[in-house]
Design a protein around this ligand. Sequence first.
Ligand code: PMP
Length: 449
Amino acid sequence: MPPSIDVFAKVRGHEREQLLRAAREADVLPYFHVLSTPAMPVVEMEGAQRIMLGSNNYLGLTGDERVMHGAEDALHRYGTGLTGSRLLNGTIPLHLELEREIAEWIDTEDALVFTTGHQANIGTLGTILAPGDTVIADSGDHASIFDGCVLSRAKLRPFRHNRLDKLEKMLERAHTDGGGVLVVVDGVFSMEGDMAPLREICDLCERHGARLMVDEAHGAGVLGHRGAGAAELLGVEDRVDLRMGTFSKSLASCGGFIAGPAEVIDYLRIYSRPFLFTASAVPAALGAALAALRVVRSPEGEPLLRLVLDNAWRLRDGLAELGFAVVAPQRLPADRGHGYTAEPDDANRATAPGVRHDATGTPMIVTPIVPVLVGDDWKAALLWKALYDGGVFVNTALHPAVPPGGALLRTSVMATHDEATIDRALDVFARVKREFESEHGPLPGPDAF
Ligand code: PMP
């Protein structure tokens, strides 16, 4: 009997089809626009110059001479591709140098380099977790984390974004699940731009005997004096079991890593299918990542981190002043109430890049991700288009990238934006807001986030 259902049936009349068609017809589709220059502060897209507020090139290193030279040198030394997996013919000295230098930077025993960050997550979670184990994940975690959880067939217990009470409930429930327990969170959330309260999460994990993995895709190369991520800034590096990162953001390339105890990394090296059964990265990607990492770890690294975070403050404060709903700066350390006693690394944290003090002297931080809450998907697409036509490119996050009704314009800055360029972008935001609100009514205000 032939099957009665065509597997292709789902591509017709699916839930996103109508929205997609309407957006195309109205010419407001915010996706797949073509970039014809490097991802610099100002780019050329589709025949016009646009201020790039939609890149993850946080340190602006994709066009840095040293990083370009790292890529070029690797290309000439090792060719265009390795045509095989790390296990067999795809490991070159650059992998070993990268793994050693990442482990030194992140301050772990060992590290393993994957072809992408997505593979680092699925290759770690899908391997270290097994059926019978429990994985507890923040609902705002990156898709690759959830993909890794599904791949592992462990019991997935998601909790509401950054809600410690919900996390604790899940940890309590996991006691009766019977297997090992891993909590996994983003250090900096890729859409919301906020940090996980890692100190409190460490406390809870330790109390409940759970392991903790932190995805530092947006924290590494951004936060802390060394740029080692949210775990460094929050002073919990020795309390986090596994730290994942990617080369596709601050490190100006493509690839990913997992860093942690040598015995775990060795296990992944032998058992992780997304590590073993894919070709290793092209040499140029490895050469660029290594050169970028060396810039971050050089005396020039910290000033770059300060620049990107100063730019983030400027953009965030400017958008807030214009009345947009933007993410608020976060207190450091996360609020512990009146009983909080200073810890030895507080003074060090207070001088970390991007840390500013509010009127009460409380240290505050922002990240280079400055989301603007719009709420309605269609309004977000219209607003995106008005900004694009005005010469500013931002990313648009609609459901399912964000919760339903939580459409965002995700703006992000680089260390290489200058103040005048950010101010020009803010002028465009101001004009677009005025015109948009006169036609479509008020956008969510500053308290809506
Ligand atoms: N984790 C997070 C938090 C991310 O934002 C991303 C990329 N958007 C990834 C993992 C995957 O990294 P890559 O792009 O290197 O595959």
